[in-house]
Design a protein around this ligand. Structure first.
Ligand SMILES: [Zn+2]
Length: 409
């Protein structure tokens, strides 16, 4: 069975206009007015497609298409929110492809054995409110709801998740996690270069890398850059640069199993003629191998401590994120690969380098992801692009995998 590709492309363009940024991009921050507008359109389209629409207490939108049997639904979905100056496919593809699957089933008058549900998760990107993957996180861990509703915006403490959900009209009353899915499938752009470089149509995603984020602050003493001899300096900036070099080298070693990135650095007082008193920097550490991830963190922590102690400085360390690698369900991954091959598409089994809602859903029900190629691997950027044929291919794989899992009459 095939989807209506033109309708899918038109619909992606329609949503790309909501929060349009620099002609080719989108800026639709979670819980903003643009998010409300996109949600309102999705709700209308879900209703037009005959779905029962439910909103849970964290604002996840769930559209259910009835099946012949009253059993847990086969679910699919992703997120409609974006980063600042983001692209029009990250997240939106998974939601709108899911809608297209339902519309295609409607067109063909197919009634499945199991119900099918489409989910738009709240705040996957975590741009204004922590944590990211918020909606799926609370779906999997409803006990976190009250705490997360209190989470303040990074840029305005008056705005909380709860107050913004009310403001945009998506503070629902369905208890989080009260729907038990049969399975979950998320179609997403790869956001990396592998599929394009290897000329492969579809990624059957087997796992998501583990991610550790840590914020370090090295503390020394501010002093005059001209009058303080080197032996008397407590130079936090110099110590940070030594550590950063070590961190960069760590993932460049032969057979390294981890990726290391120092993505931010800040000095205080940050002046040309003052020895820095404070140097703050972040570490983003990732691996598909949990042991390598943990060992990498230990090695880097030890190095930082040693450097800081050797020159008489002090250190503060804050753990921001700790996600272990997540394995997807072998059967659902196999289903994705099989359906792609049945459609004559080339498939690569691969890990995901980025975090996604599906990794949260993996603790709730058998889950997997479908990747389609990203042109030049560019994402979180207004230049993000996936060719129409790949959008169509991915959605066809989603349709057939869902249909197989839900069982045709
Ligand atoms: Zn995404």
């Amino acid at each position: 069975m095939k989807i209506n590709a033109q309708r899918l492309l038109d619909n992606l363009q329609r949503y790309a206009k909501i929060g349009e940024a620099q002609k080719t991009g989108v800026e639709r921050i979670a819980l903003s007015e643009e998010d409300r507008e996109a949600r309102d359109l999705l709700k209308q389209q879900m209703l037009e497609a005959g779905l029962e629409v439910l909103i849970d207490r964290i604002g996840n939108m769930i559209g259910i298409r009835k099946g012949l049997r009253d059993v847990p639904p086969v679910t699919m979905g992703s997120h409609l929110d974006t980063v600042y100056q983001g692209g029009c496919y990250d997240g939106a593809l998974g939601v709108l492809a899911g809608l297209e699957v339902i519309q295609s089933l409607n067109d063909a008058n197919v009634i499945t054995e199991k119900p099918i549900a489409l989910i738009n998760f709240t705040n996957e990107e975590g741009v204004r409110f922590a944590p990211d993957m918020m909606g799926s996180h609370v779906f999997a861990h409803p006990e976190l709801l009250d705490e997360i509703l209190e989470s303040p915006a990074y840029d305005n403490a008056q705005d909380t998740v709860g107050s913004r959900l009310k403001a945009i009209g998506y503070s629902g009353d369905m208890p989080c996690g009260s729907m038990e899915p049969d399975s979950f499938l998320e179609l997403h752009i790869e956001q990396g270069p592998t599929l394009e470089l290897e000329k492969t149509d579809i990624g059957a995603v087997e796992m998501v890398q583990g991610i550790y984020w840590t914020l370090y602050t090295i503390k020394g003493q501010a002093n005059h850059a001209g009058t303080t001899p080197v032996p008397y300096r407590k130079d936090a900036g110099y110590a940070a640069s030594e550590v950063m070099h070590y961190i960069g080298d760590y993932s460049r070693k032969a057979n390294s199993q981890v990726l290391t990135t120092v993505g931010t650095i800040s000095f205080e007082p940050n002046a040309i003629n003052i020895v820095p008193e404070k140097a703050g920097f972040t570490l983003d550490l990732r691996s598909v191998d949990y042991e390598a991830l943990k060992q990498g963190q230990i090695d880097i922590d030890q190095k930082i401590k040693a450097v800081v102690q050797a020159v008489g400085l002090s250190l503060e360390r804050e753990e921001m994120v700790r996600f272990a690698p997540v394995q997807f369900d072998k059967e659902v991954v196999g289903l994705v690969a099989d359906e792609a091959e049945a459609l004559g598409l080339s498939v690569k089994r691969m890990p995901s380098g980025a975090g996604h809602d599906a990794q949260m859903m993996a603790s709730v029900c058998p889950s997997a992801m479908i990747f389609v190629p990203s042109v030049e691997g560019i994402s979180h950027n207004v230049k993000e692009l996936t060719h129409p044929v790949d959008l169509e291919n991915g959605t066809n794989v989603l349709l057939n995998a869902v249909l197989r899992r839900a069982g045709e009459d």
